[in-house]
Design a protein around this ligand. Structure first.
Ligand code: SF4
Ligand code: F3S
Ligand code: FES
Length: 252
């Protein structure tokens, strides 16, 4: 039986919602070869399903050696950022029907971090930059006897940057980071912003000094790739600009 087209499947004219989609995946296994190669897989899938569902089908039904990270499958854990049709996205938040599935869907590891196997990269440098900006509340003095109060206005100041899920889609889409991997990267700055602008925190100056480094915020060239890539819709470039401004004015 012929596989229905995407058009028919979407319009509900097809007996089956399934279409055949080609997944073109960048494979790399250092135990087999130093070179990465593209491999095509034909997958019968409902276009309303997600790229992650397609990868699961490949792994569970076609090739168990395909390697990728995922956990929550609902856009919360941040573990399945990958380059899909040349753009950083979460596989669990990307619908097949939104990708022009009549053509092969390309899937490859995010850029700028060492590929360990297939779609899995070494996240250590990414998390080291995150740790370096002290992503936790710092307060001095005695423990309070009740919760630390904050006005709604003060809370609003850093609301956007609390949404980060540490997926690395931003940092791995930044050409400055691709250059040498030394730049702290937008994700670390976003997480510094979350505490620098928190009225309860007392280590803003310290974090600003950390980001005043030669590999800190001044390396950002306002390219906006990070903002475009963020699956949480965080205004990443705006947050970076606010940190730069705070470094100049020392007001935050
Ligand atoms: Fe991911 Fe957005 Fe956080 Fe960057 S800022 S790590 S893209 S959630
Ligand atoms: Fe990079 Fe984003 Fe700046 S892509 S250059 S961190 S605006
Ligand atoms: Fe958790 Fe996609 S699997 S964000």
């Amino acid at each position: 039986m012929a596989t229905p087209t995407l058009e028919k499947a979407e319009a509900g004219f097809a007996d089956s919602p399934y279409i055949t989609v080609t997944f073109r995946i960048r494979r790399f296994n250092p135990e087999i070869s130093d070179e990465a190669t593209w491999q095509d897989f034909q997958v019968e899938i409902d276009p309303k399903e997600r790229v992650l569902d397609g990868l699961h089908k490949i792994k569970w039904e076609l090739d168990g050696s395909l390697t990728f990270r995922r956990s929550c499958a609902h856009g919360i854990c941040g573990s399945d950022a990958m380059r899909i049709n040349g753009k950083n996205r979460l596989a669990c938040k990307t619908l097949i029907k939104d990708l022009n599935p009549e053509k092969p869907i390309t899937v490859e590891a995010i850029k700028g971090l060492t590929v360990l196997k297939d779609l899995v990269v070494d996240m250590d440098p990414f998390f080291q930059a995150y740790r370096d900006v002290m992503p936790f509340l710092v307060t001095k003095g005695n423990e309070p006897t009740r919760e630390r109060l904050q006005s709604a206005e003060d809370r609003e100041r850093f609301d956007d940057t609390t949404k980060c899920i540490l997926c690395a889609a931003c940092t791995s889409s930044c050409p400055v980071f691709w250059n040498d991997g030394q730049y702290f990267g937008p994700a670390a700055i976003v997480n510094a912003h979350r505490f620098i602008f928190d009225s309860r925190d007392e280590a803003g100056e310290q974090r600003l000094e950390i980001l005043n480094d030669k590999d800190g915020v001044w390396r950002c060239r306002t390219t906006f790739n990070c903002t475009d890539a963020c699956p949480r819709g965080i205004e990443v470039t705006k947050a970076i600009q606010e940190v730069k401004r705070a470094l100049i004015t020392r007001r935050f």
